[in-house]
Design a protein. Structure first.
Length: 124
């Protein structure tokens, strides 16, 4: 049952990331043709990072401890959010979105550090 719950969580996270990546790619294709090509490259880089994170979440070895399994699965998810924000920030023109991306990086870095420290305590 615990493995099924974690699998469902991972599947939900994967589908939401895929929808986001599709929306990013679809949205950029409505710009003028020249800008669309460079935007697609940025969107593709974000999609690649997202897919790498999903792969990382799927390769987590389940321990049977839902707390540990959840945290282990969330680390690659958060690291992907950091990478995605880092990839797109140089191209963001809307200051609100740029600030949003910067805040994602700050928050996710803090959360990744917390999760790694928490896991280290569990292993001790």
């Amino acid at each position: 049952m615990k493995k099924v719950s974690l699998s469902l969580l991972i599947a939900a996270l994967m589908s939401s990331s895929a929808v986001f990546a599709h929306d990013m790619q679809h949205g950029s294709q409505h710009n003028d043709q020249h800008a669309a090509h460079s935007n697609i490259a940025v969107s593709q880089a974000m999609m690649d990072d997202s897919m790498a994170a999903m792969h990382g979440m799927m390769t987590v070895k389940l321990t049977g401890n839902p707390n540990v399994d959840f945290v282990e699965g969330m680390i690659p998810h958060h690291e992907a959010a950091i990478k995605m924000a880092d990839v797109v920030m140089p191209y963001l023109k809307d200051q609100q979105i740029k600030t949003f991306a910067e805040n994602i990086v700050k928050a996710q870095e803090h959360e990744v550090a917390f999760m790694k420290a928490w896991l280290a305590k569990q292993a001790a």
